[in-house]
Design a protein around this ligand. Structure first.
Ligand code: IMP
Length: 404
């Protein structure tokens, strides 16, 4: 039995949902430890597509206990909706299989309003994530334990007044007339979620100490980390391995630290992206990879793989295994490029022969075209970490297991 963590190595959307879904089948406990409904993990299981924004992907596949950890921010209205959609699709979401840490913070309609006003230039998902974490750090946030003991009410007035004051002074913006009603709906939804609220750290501790299979599921990606990412074009939490400790409240020795690497690079929103392709190749990658945000539907920016960026992700997270995703989207290029270095901030590329054979759905390494094998071997050698899983398509079965 082991403790595993899965973290995106780039700017998110690496295909973590599928990797977690595969690993979660055997997991006893799965925890999301940071972020909120800005994430969108797509899981295709038994021909049904699920997009999970808040609930860990382990809810789909098995009997695991799924935890939204204390490092997360939770929009009660969206979460209630997510639970409803899953239940309508026949997935069991009950208090035995799903728990929300009592120290997780709420995202309120005020946060979403502020996100739209303040953070448009950063290209945020406008899900209120930044303002919710701001309130947490300012010590004016509202947590689920406060909902449970009804002590949140005195915080709500200051939450509203503070936001009004700030917005009016900065933007001269009127307070939306429907806000009070929306706030009531939000807190009503939070109260309906109370059966799921738990002190989650002891549950995790017990699972780890008794040798159960525990899986930590990262959201977003390493380069969106508030400290280590491309600041200020980042999200507001620690997406990297440190966030797993603060966001779960439990020290663990991770046996497997799996970095999920997309075979090329994408990002949504604003910010630096040295290997971005603004030409036909970029469009082709977007088209082949169906690169549109699963939370916002925005077209993702696409570019070549970036080895120095991945080396930084390895340094931060200590990956000891990699999962390479979306390799099937690279069929059909005459040549491919990989950034191997930077010269005065300009990427230095190595060129590879492409391949035209479709490889979607291949599960046998021997059937992979030689040019594709060369590409994968190069990545493995440069990063000096085994690529143990290669995803060859969106379905759960479309995977090659290697080295293990
Ligand atoms: P926020 O997390 O909504 O504050 O957005 C901050 C930045 O992170 C923006 O560039 C978003 O596009 C990006 N972002 C947030 N969540 C995700 C995700 O799950 N995948 C990819 N990018 C994300």
């Amino acid at each position: 039995m082991s403790v595993t963590i899965v973290i995106g190595a780039q700017w998110g959307d690496e295909g973590k949902g599928k990797i977690v879904d595969i690993l979660a089948e055997k997991a006893d406990v799965v925890i999301r430890y940071q972020g909120g409904a800005n994430a969108g993990h797509t899981v295709i299981h038994d021909h049904e597509t699920y997009i999970l924004h808040a609930i860990p992907s382990g809810i789909i596949s098995g009997n695991a206990v799924n935890i939204i950890g204390g490092g997360c921010v939770v929009d009660p209205l969206l979460l209630k909706e997510e639970i409803k959609i899953l239940q309508e699709k026949g997935i069991t979401v009950d208090s035995a299989h799903f728990k929300i840490a009592d120290n997780a913070h709420l995202v309120t309609p005020i946060h979403k309003w502020l996100d739209k006003l303040q953070n448009a230039h950063l290209g945020t998902t406008q899900r209120g994530i930044g303002p919710a974490y701001e309130d947490k750090v300012r010590r004016t946030g509202i947590r689920f334990d406060m909902i449970a003991n009804d002590s949140y009410k005195r915080m709500v007035d200051s939450h509203v007044n503070e936001a009004k004051k700030r917005v009016i002074s900065l933007y001269g913006q009127n307070y939306p007339s429907e806000m009070d009603e929306e706030l009531c709906r939000c807190f009503d939804a939070a109260k309906e979620l109370l059966p799921y609220i738990a002190e989650s750290a002891p549950i995790l501790e017990e699972a780890v100490n008794s040798g159960k299979e525990v899986l930590f599921e990262g959201a977003q990606g390493t380069m969106l980390d508030i400290d280590h990412g491309t600041y200020p074009y980042v999200t507001s939490s620690n997406t990297t391995i440190g966030g797993a400790y603060t966001g779960s409240g439990v020290f663990v020795n991770f046996d497997r630290r799996i970095g999920v690497v997309k075979s090329y690079t994408t990002r949504v929103g604003e910010g630096p992206f040295p290997t971005e392709l603004l030409d036909k190749n970029g469009e082709k990658l977007r088209d082949k990879g169906r690169e549109f945000g699963s939370t916002t539907g925005r077209p993702r920016r696409c570019g070549w793989l970036d080895i120095p960026l991945l080396k930084k992700a390895i340094r931060i997270n200590g990956f000891n295994a990699l999962a390479l995703t979306k390799i099937s989207c690279l069929s059909g290029f005459d040549t491919l490029k990989v950034a191997v270095n930077y010269n005065n901030n300009v990427p230095v590329y190595k060129e590879f022969k492409g391949w035209h054979e479709p490889i979607e759905g291949i599960t046998d390494w021997k059937l992979i075209p030689e040019a594709c094998k060369t590409y994968i071997h190069f990545i493995e050698k440069e990063l000096n970490i085994p690529i143990n899983m290669i995803s060859t398509g969106p379905h759960r079965a479309n995977i090659i297991f290697r080295n293990s």
